[in-house]
Design a protein around this ligand. Structure first.
Ligand code: ADP
Ligand code: MG
Length: 473
């Protein structure tokens, strides 16, 4: 018997909007004080009427375009009825049979639909006095739900899909989709060979998603081998026990008594300027990957790091365009691009992390980073000094050339000065000289290293090598 896992996803993401889905209470994920952003509408007071948030609809339309889906010509909202203390109205306004977006595709996985609904409040459990409190700041925050067909075959495919979706949402600027903050939530429907499925909930990181799905696939296969029937149910991931545990038997759609939201009429989506929304979509991750592969000699892993951080990618490209003006030789330019990448992703990122600085408030202009790289490429400064210069640039925002001059850090290329040092080193290291003359090439590296040390790393290595070779002839 061949056991092939089949997985379909339901992914929720809180949308970034100024106000909530159906009222003008603020949608502020950073509000720390409970029940600050609430009003009669999102608290479900009787008689309070909802109005549709235009920005939220536009966000989902953009997601639809980005995934190649169809924008439904007519869309409507429906009530999904159920009781829970974090749901003040006793129903969630969602979309049932006429979602905003139908179809689409991502990573080879068919998207069934993308619709709009509202988030619930949050329950805060106090175990000390055995009570629960409700915070409605999140109640009615716009929530997008994307449903895939059961096209995924492994936990790896699920995390790759979810990561790519997260990146697209960020590129579109419609969601931050931080899983740890609960801004993006994955539900995975898992079955073997499209048999009875279980629905995994409670997954709040990519790692848990992977662990939970792997566990669940194994559990189902083991049960099937033993002849135990799979029960249709909702299961949660228990990180402490590292297994999925049954939470409840799955409810059916009819349990929710879906019916059209009487307070919101269906509407035609062409009341929105669909073409303008489509045109407003700038480069998406897949396009950026392809362009970076073509334009810069970076490998796939390097490209992925830049594509994963649009701010850093922009900074990188600004620096490279400045570098183009400073270096005209194509070979030097391509090694300069790689050097820029390395300074950006290691040294500079290190400094930024230490001081919690983002690209929005960094003092170093991309032009100055490019200037530093060009000075290194031209041999005006050694890589050891470059690290110190970069640190000073980071602190002061000054141009690297000014720092190099005022700190006396430029590379010594003056042959008179270098000759003096070479002679001194030769005198002090007769053994190495002898070894070199006997044919031990490595001794040359040792001697250059000694001279570099004497010059505090400021010697021009190529010139030093030339002088040593001349002296040792
Ligand atoms: P239900 O009616 O039980 O809610 P749906 O057809 O609405 O099921 O699908 C909900 C999610 O479950 C979708 O993501 C879909 O791809 C997935 N799904 C449906 N059937 C299966 C199956 N047999 N195995 C795995 N996932 C499935
Ligand atoms: Mg369903």
């Amino acid at each position: 018997m061949d056991y092939k896992p089949t997985i379909g996803l339901e992914i929720h993401a809180e949308l970034k909007t100024r106000t909530k889905m159906f009222c003008d209470s603020l949608n502020d994920p950073n509000e720390k004080h409970p029940n600050e952003n609430v009003c009669p509408v999102c608290l479900g007071h009787p008689g309070a009427l909802p109005t549709i948030n235009k920005q939220a609809v536009e966000h989902v339309i953009k997601v639809g375009f980005a995934l190649g889906g169809k924008i439904n010509p007519i869309t409507k909202f429906d009530r999904k009825n159920y009781f829970y203390p974090d749901l003040p109205k006793g129903y969630q306004i969602s979309q049932y049979d006429q979602p905003l977006v139908v179809g689409g595709e991502l990573n080879g996985v068919r998207v069934r639909r993308v619709h709009l609904e509202e988030d619930t409040g949050t329950l805060i459990h106090d175990n000390k006095d055995n009570s629960s409190l409700v915070d409605f700041n999140r109640a009615s925050v716009p929530l997008m739900e994307l449903v895939t067909e059961p096209d995924l075959k492994s936990a790896e495919e699920v995390t790759a899909f979810a990561r790519e979706l997260q990146l697209i949402l960020r590129y579109l600027g419609v969601a931050d989709a931080d899983m740890e903050k609960g801004q993006m939530r994955i539900e995975a429907n898992v079955s073997i060979n499209m048999g009875t499925k279980t629905e995994l909930k409670n997954i709040n990181s990519f790692r848990f998603a992977k662990d939970a799905i792997e566990y669940e696939i194994k559990r189902q296969i083991e049960d099937l081998e033993k002849g135990v029937e799979i029960r249709q149910e909702t299961r949660g991931w228990d990180e402490a026990k590292r297994k999925t545990v049954s939470q409840r038997s799955k409810e059916e759609a009819h349990d929710y008594r879906y019916f059209p939201e009487p307070d919101l009429p269906p509407f035609e989506t062409n009341v929105f300027d669909l073409e303008a929304l489509k045109d407003s979509i700038t480069e998406l991750p897949a396009q950026k990957r392809a362009r970076f592969a073509k334009e810069y000699k970076l490998d796939d892993k390097q490209i992925e790091i830049l594509v994963g951080s649009p701010d850093m990618a922009n900074y990188f490209e600004e620096a490279i365009s400045e570098l183009r003006a400073m270096i005209t030789k194509p070979t030097v330019l391509s090694s300069g691009a790689i050097a820029t990448y390395h300074y950006l992703t290691s040294d500079l990122r290190g400094l930024m992390n230490e001081s919690d600085t983002g690209f929005a408030d960094i003092k170093i202009d991309p032009e100055h980073l490019a200037h530093l790289v060009s000075l290194i490429e031209k041999g005006k400064i050694g890589s050891r000094q470059a690290k110190d210069v970069l640190k000073k640039m980071f602190d002061t925002g000054l141009d690297p050339e000014d720092i190099i001059k005022s700190e006396g850090l430029e590379t010594v290329s003056d042959s008179g000065e270098l000759e003096k040092v070479v002679k001194e080193i030769l005198e002090k290291n007769p053994k190495a000289v002898e070894d070199y003359k006997k044919g031990k090439a490595a001794s040359m590296q040792f001697l250059i290293g000694q001279a570099m040390g004497r010059l505090k790393g400021r010697g021009n290595p190529a010139t030093l090598k030339e002088i040593f070779e001349k002296e040792l002839k």
